[in-house]
Design a binder for this molecule. Structure first.
Ligand code: G6P
Length: 491
């Protein structure tokens, strides 16, 4: 944490992300705030709490307007303010074209290999461009004439770096982190606006991905579709006289904070509540937690559970699987389709195996606070992350960080970024239900010693590669550059 404080010396720090870290909503006549279900927001909030600065994000809650000052700002977290949140307001049409349309019907499916066809819509692209301009104006307004470090998050803002660099302000350092995978060039080439997207991203001084694999895919796309000079050794791109460094920074979580929470009395209490609600008794608990998204392989996981029961009849009635699927982007047809399918498959499997009051799957389609989630992590004998494709997957790391008892088995998709670090998880190819079934079979009989051996090693990895290290590495990489306006260089 100190590292981040130190490295920011002299710079204003602005984070830009579509999703805001705190959302305000009306509940009857009261205003309550909550944190959204977003890996990106979960990772960035602790960095901001440590560093201070401004977060520019889209005001998305129905009470967001009611709590901001005349500059659309509010200090957060509301109960103990540490940084400033500036809300940008989008119209319904903006949200449709920028967020639902171009970001989530084009860039999202194009970047994840799930065989969901991206939609290329010229009107959405125009809205996307306009909303990027809207955010550029908010950032420039916050930066004023001060030397500023702008740290942009994700695929909602491909055009923002170039807009900032073209503004004529010489003392802006711009970095961006791409939280999802970057597609291979064969996929990327079908995008009608690929040149504009690459030009926008090459406005960054530093562009970060989770994996070197993503960096390579990006550099290959640049090689094929953008006029520039690439230095593969240094992993940078020179375009129009300016350099963009392209590097891998695997993201993580606040390990200490999750540890603290995991041993708190509130979590102990929440564990008791879960046990009661689930009528768990001495049954084995398995769990999965994510947004209801077609990239997460929820249906595949349920089929895996079915496969396990079919081959291990002695576990019928003795195992319970809780699936938390937080509704997400539900105005989009592909998301409504996956929700219907999850409902249908849950029903089908429960009907097949139901025995008296027992059924194998409890599907809960709502967002839970971190206390409830960590409590579920702690109760689960095994935890399944079966994403079909995932940039990192922080839920896997949260499960590991919650297990202060060094027990529990993580079943983890080979197509997540996290699997490269968490080598002691049981790896699966989620496209084969039998592989998930076999992994569940291995998990339920794994000895406490073996669980401890694996969990201890995974905990060491997550403790070491925590989110502060991630943030620190990005910022220290940035500050190694020769920046004319870097106040630290002129001292
Ligand atoms: C992914 C993206 C984030 C996004 C999150 C939740 O993790 O990388 O940028 O915030 O999904 O999605 P949402 O569309 O609800 O923000």
């Amino acid at each position: 944490q100190e590292l981040i404080h130190g490295r920011l010396a002299g710079y204003k720090f602005i984070v830009v992300a579509n999703r805001e870290p705190y959302v305000h909503r009306f509940v009857e006549d009261r205003i309550v705030h909550s944190k959204p279900a977003s890996g990106m927001a979960t990772a960035l909030d602790p960095i901001m709490l440590a560093s201070g600065g401004v977060w520019v994000g889209h005001g998305s809650g129905d009470a967001d307007h009611a709590v901001v000052d005349e500059h659309d700002c509010i200090a957060v977290p509301p109960e103990d303010p540490k940084y400033k949140l500036r809300r940008v307001w989008l119209t319904k049409e903006d949200e449709q074209g920028f967020y639902l349309g171009f970001s989530n019907e084009c860039l999202w499916p194009m970047s994840h290999i799930t065989f969901t066809r991206p939609r290329f819509d010229a009107k959405d692209w125009e809205t996307y461009r306009r909303v990027n301009e809207l955010f550029a104006n908010a950032v420039l307004d916050e930066a004023g004439d001060d030397p500023t470090l702008v740290f942009i998050q994700d695929y909602h803002f491909c055009l923002l770096p170039r807009l900032l660099k073209n503004s004529g302000r010489k003392n802006l350092v711009v970095a961006q982190f791409w939280h999802i995978p970057w597609p291979n060039p064969e996929v990327f080439r079908v995008c009608p606006w690929k040149e504009e997207i690459l030009d926008g991203l090459l406005g960054n001084d530093l562009l970060g991905f989770h994996l070197r694999y993503d960096c390579r895919n990006f550099l290959e796309a640049v090689d094929r579709f953008a006029e520039s000079r690439i230095d593969y050794e240094r992993s940078d791109v020179v375009r129009g006289g300016a350099t963009t460094k392209v590097s891998a920074f695997p993201i993580s979580i606040d390990f200490e904070e999750t540890n603290r929470l995991a041993t708190s009395p509130q979590v102990e209490q929440a564990m008791e509540t879960w046990k009661r609600q689930l009528q768990l008794g001495d049954r084995i608990l398995g769990a999965g937690i994510e947004r209801l998204d077609y990239t997460k392989g929820i249906v595949e996981r349920l089929r895996g559970l079915d496969s396990f029961l079919s081959t291990h009849l002695d576990y019928v009635g003795k195992l319970q699987f809780v699936q938390i699927a937080v509704p997400s982007r539900s105005h989009l047809a592909d998301y409504r389709r996956i929700e219907d399918e999850v409902d249908r498959v849950t029903d089908e499997i429960n009907w097949k195996w139901r025995n008296g009051r027992w059924k194998p799957i409890t599907l809960i389609k709502e967002h839970h606070d971190p206390i409830r989630m960590v409590a579920l992590h702690r109760l689960a004998k095994f935890f399944v992350v079966s994403s079909l494709h995932d940039g990192m997957n922080l839920v896997a790391k949260e499960f590991v960080a919650s297990r202060t008892d060094e027990q529990g088995v993580l079943i983890l998709s080979r197509f997540t970024g996290a699997v490269r670090e968490l080598e002691d998880a049981l790896p699966i190819n989620p496209f084969g239900a039998h592989e998930i079934g076999d992994a569940i079979a291995a998990a339920v009989v794994m000895s406490p010693e073996e669980q401890k051996r694996r969990m201890t090693r995974m905990r060491e990895v997550v403790a070491r590669n925590n989110v502060y290290r991630w943030g620190g590495k990005i910022l220290s990489t940035l500050l190694q550059f020769e920046l004319p306006e870097n106040p630290a260089n002129t001292e």
